[in-house]
Ligand binder design. Structure first.
Ligand SMILES: NC(=O)c1ccc[n+]([C@@H]2O[C@H](COP(=O)([O-])OP(=O)(O)OC[C@H]3O[C@@H](n4cnc5c(N)ncnc54)[C@H](O)[C@@H]3O)[C@@H](O)[C@H]2O)c1
Length: 446
């Protein structure tokens, strides 16, 4: 590896081609989902650029720095073309994608009106919903079934019907944040889970009914919310068994994105941190759902995780063992989707002298989330067409996009955005039989 390039994976089978139509089934056609769908259509028509999307605008360096070879990611790996994507989805409200996008008020009226005829064609299928799991919503467009197994079968029937119209299918959860659930015995194996579906076990949330249906049909599943969903042994088993890739949860968009950029910088410079106070104001439907303490708890767990792993207080007790880390989300309707996230960070340096950093991120939640949702869909489809990724279940290389990366049991997750980015790009190099890049760099000075 002296040349700064890691081992080449000579005999790795490359991904199959992406020809044909990719069906994308979106659970929850709210702010994020409609911003993704409308955005893809705007890009297809040449009305806008896919900013924020690594699959569409990112490049990947191949070989030595002196080789000057950095193709676009989408020219290097065989990804589905945006023109080949067909969207459908479920929601608990009957609004079509145009109506829902207009309600979400993320995109301006002029943009939406240009896309209106197309967006109106996407009408939600009736959802699997139970208010016990999302207290602030009252769904009217919902499936009825004699038990959770029956509901899962109905979702499977939806997938089978849609599959007849496309060549491949991926499912993504862009639905609301459910109440906090922890794994129980019902999640321990496929058999236990299937029994629980029959007996209406309360440990099985609607998001898990969709995920079970997807994975049973061999459909990869991504989770944009912090819900437990596929983060349980039963789903990992199902994912591997049916060659339907899964990844972690909760789109890493605003505040956590900044955290996983700043915290690695402090650690790299051995600067201590005594406190990190994060608060948000948010006025969209997501904010309303998160105003319920039980849904907030799910989000809180997901948002709190990253610092502990990045700082490794067990290795650096003098710097990070006593961090006071707090995360708040406040529902504040006037701001709509334009969230404001504040961070106050108390750090300390040489000889323990204290300093402060303030971050005020006036972001647009769904504008940040939409390209992440698109990339996850395209990369999960790629994973399923790649022999070395298809049957491994968890796609750790997609951690880059998620607040709560998923890993094999016993393996700590990587939260550092730059490690995640390297992991993602090296995975792409690996599956294409290109040299991995280690950044050693000594070869330039031989
Ligand atoms: N926007 C971001 O930056 C961001 C970041 C990370 C995570 N998320 C998560 O992504 C999810 C979507 O966010 P959003 O801003 O689009 O919220 P939203 O409230 O606008 O959309 C969620 C949609 O899901 C629907 N829904 C709820 N339960 C459902 C079910 N069981 N089946 C089908 N549909 C269901 C709701 O009716 C709603 O239309 C939330 O869980 C949010 O926490 C968003």
């Amino acid at each position: 590896m002296k040349n700064g390039l890691g081992n080449k994976s000579d005999n790795v089978a490359k991904p199959e081609s992406a020809k044909g139509r990719l069906g994308v089934m979106v659970v929850g056609l709210g702010a994020v989902a409609t911003t993704m769908i409308a955005g893809v259509e705007a890009v297809r028509r040449g009305l806008a650029k896919p900013i924020g999307s690594l699959t569409q605008m990112g490049t990947i360096r191949l070989g030595k720095r002196t080789d000057n070879k950095s193709p676009l990611v989408k020219d290097f790996v065989p990804l589905a073309n945006l023109n080949d994507i067909v969207f459908t989805g479920w929601d608990i409200f009957e609004d079509n994608v145009y109506e829902s996008a207009a309600h979400a008020k993320v995109l301006d009226k002029e943009t939406l009106d240009q896309l209106r005829p197309y967006l109106e064609t996407i009408k939600p299928l009736p959802a699997v919903f139970d208010q016990y799991y999302v207290k602030r919503l009252h769904g009217t467009h919902v499936k009825k079934g004699k038990n959770k197994k029956d509901l899962a079968d109905q979702v499977r029937a939806d997938i089978q019907a849609f599959r007849k119209t496309v060549d491949r299918v991926v499912m993504i959860w862009c639905g609301s944040t459910e109440i906090f659930l922890e794994p129980t015995t019902v999640h321990a194996s496929i058999a236990a889970f299937e029994k629980g579906l029959e007996s209406n076990d309360p440990g099985i949330a609607p998001s898990q009914i969709y995920a079970y249906a997807a994975l049973s049909e061999g459909v990869p599943f991504a989770n944009g919310a912090p819900n437990l969903t596929v983060d349980v042994p039963a789903m990992i088993e199902l994912s591997k068994k049916n060659g339907a890739p899964i990844c972690g949860k909760d789109f890493k968009t605003g505040q956590t994105f900044m955290k996983t950029v700043l915290a690695p910088a402090f650690k790299a410079r051995l600067l201590g941190v005594s406190g990190w106070y994060s608060t948000n104001i948010l006025g969209n439907r997501d904010g309303e759902v998160l105003d319920d303490p039980e849904s907030f708890k799910t989000k809180e767990e997901s948002k709190l995780g990253s610092l502990e792993y990045i700082f490794q207080p067990e290795l650096y007790p003098d710097l990070y063992k006593d961090i006071f880390h707090k995360v708040r989300i406040n529902y504040y309707p006037p701001r709509g989707d334009n969230k404001e996230g504040w961070d106050n960070i108390d750090i300390f340096g040489w000889l323990g002298y204290p300093m402060q950093i303030k971050v005020d991120f006036l972001c647009r939640d769904s504008i940040l989330a939409a390209p992440i949702a698109l990339d996850l869909v395209l990369f999960l489809d790629l994973a399923q067409r790649t022999a070395s990724l298809k049957n491994i279940g968890i796609q750790e290389w997609l951690s880059f996009y998620l607040k709560s990366p998923q890993t094999r049991e016993g393996l700590y997750p990587e939260h550092d955005l730059f490690i995640q980015s390297m992991k993602l790009k090296n995975t792409l190099r690996h599956i294409m039989g290109a040299d991995l890049i280690t950044h050693l760099g000594l070869e330039y000075y031989d």
